[in-house]
Design a protein around this ligand. Structure first.
Ligand SMILES: NC(=O)c1ccc[n+]([C@@H]2O[C@H](COP(=O)([O-])OP(=O)(O)OC[C@H]3O[C@@H](n4cnc5c(N)ncnc54)[C@H](OP(=O)(O)O)[C@@H]3O)[C@@H](O)[C@H]2O)c1
Length: 325
């Protein structure tokens, strides 16, 4: 079938393109043409999806049967797609757990938890708005994947890449004394292939698209990073209170770490529906090894999304924390 990827040139979208080609679709991408290019064999349509005329103009050139939407960040982008693409047979949308007004801290038991319903121009409320307008325009043909933490090759958010690179450098590495906190994540390739399949099947409704709760822990993830990088890094556990007192920002400076009270619920996300719909969850070791292989091969750096700051512990902060231990 003719499958249009709204996005397709950075991280998740890029893997959606690969999956759609592998599954035999004729594929086009729609982007501004600013960040990257789709692979050969893919038709590159250009325009700004915030402009109401751009998609209709591109669709005069090429009409899709199916859509996978990885690039929606604004209300206008959602409204314009709903107006231009309401006729397709299946539309799989990438939302976020941030669409829930109660997450973080959560927990998210299932897809019936409340979503944002406000005019606020912010990430979560904008995703919830997009789900509403696209769902209304495509009754019975719209699936929204409320994605959790996405990791794997081409990761431009760079939380896991930062850990891999830091641990690979070896030596004494500051880690929070919270190595037993749970983590759930989804490999970008598992999510990408599944989104294409969901569009093909015309599946509908919201799905918490992340790995099974309790699939690993922060300690398990960091040990896996040490293993795949062949590093001799020594993990120096620093109490949470000391990290916070030193000005360390959870999640940003120490990627993937959440303060204890939040971690208990934020990683507790029900994925029964995702599992029933066949969202795979490959072994974590494979994700870590492939992400490390991608980094070693050059790990092309794309801008972080929505101007998010680059994650990681500044070297001077790390030295200060280590000097007293
Ligand atoms: N990373 C995570 O852990 C995480 C977690 C939950 C949810 N998500 C969601 O998952 C998705 C991740 O997608 P990705 O960034 O990896 O997808 P991607 O499709 O690989 O990259 C984003 C694409 O959007 C295009 N784009 C940006 N602004 C545009 C505009 N105004 N008009 C047309 N195209 C535009 C970019 O190309 P140009 O710059 O050339 O236009 C690029 O191709 C996002 O929707 C994100 O909110 C991510």
């Amino acid at each position: 079938m003719r499958l249009l990827v709204l996005g397709g040139t950075v991280f998740l979208g890029r893997h959606v393109v690969t999956a759609a080609l592998d599954r035999g679709h004729e594929v086009a991408t729609f982007t501004r043409g600013v960040t990257g290019r789709p692979p050969d064999g893919v038709r590159a349509l250009h325009g700004d999806r915030d402009d109401p005329d751009a998609l209709p103009r591109a669709l005069r050139e090429w009409t899709p049967d199916l859509v996978v939407d990885t690039s929606c960040q604004t209300r206008a982008a959602a409204d314009n797609a709903a107006a231009a693409l309401a006729g397709v047979r299946g539309y799989a949308f990438t939302s976020s757990l941030n669409a829930y007004s109660t997450w973080p801290p959560g927990p998210v038991r299932d897809e019936d938890e409340p979503v944002w319903d406000s005019d606020e121009d912010d990430y979560g409320p904008n995703k919830a708005h997009a789900e509403r307008v696209l769902g209304a325009a495509l009754p019975g043909r719209f699936l929204t994947a409320r994605a959790g933490l996405i990791v794997g090759p081409n990761d431009n958010v760079r939380r896991l890449p930062w850990w891999l690179e830091r641990i690979a450098r070896g030596g004494r590495v500051v880690v929070p004394d919270a190595l037993d906190q749970p983590i759930a994540l989804v490999d970008v390739r598992d999510l990408a292939g599944w989104l294409v399949e969901m569009a093909e099947r015309g599946e509908t409704g919201p799905v918490n698209a992340t790995g099974p709760a309790g699939m690993t822990t922060l300690g398990g993830l960091l040990a896996g990073c040490r293993e795949v990088t062949g590093s001799d890094a020594e993990f120096v556990e620093v109490p949470e209170a000391d990290l916070l007192a030193a000005g360390v920002e959870p999640w940003l400076h120490v990627p993937l770490w959440l303060p204890r009270e939040m971690a208990a619920t934020a990683w507790d996300v029900g994925t029964t529906r995702a599992r029933a719909l066949g969202l795979p969850s490959r072994p974590l070791g494979e994700t870590l090894a492939d992400t490390w292989a991608w980094l070693q091969a050059g790990g092309e750096r794309q801008p972080t999304p929505r101007g998010l700051p680059e994650p990681g512990l500044p070297a001077e902060l790390e030295s200060a924390l280590l000097s007293s231990r």
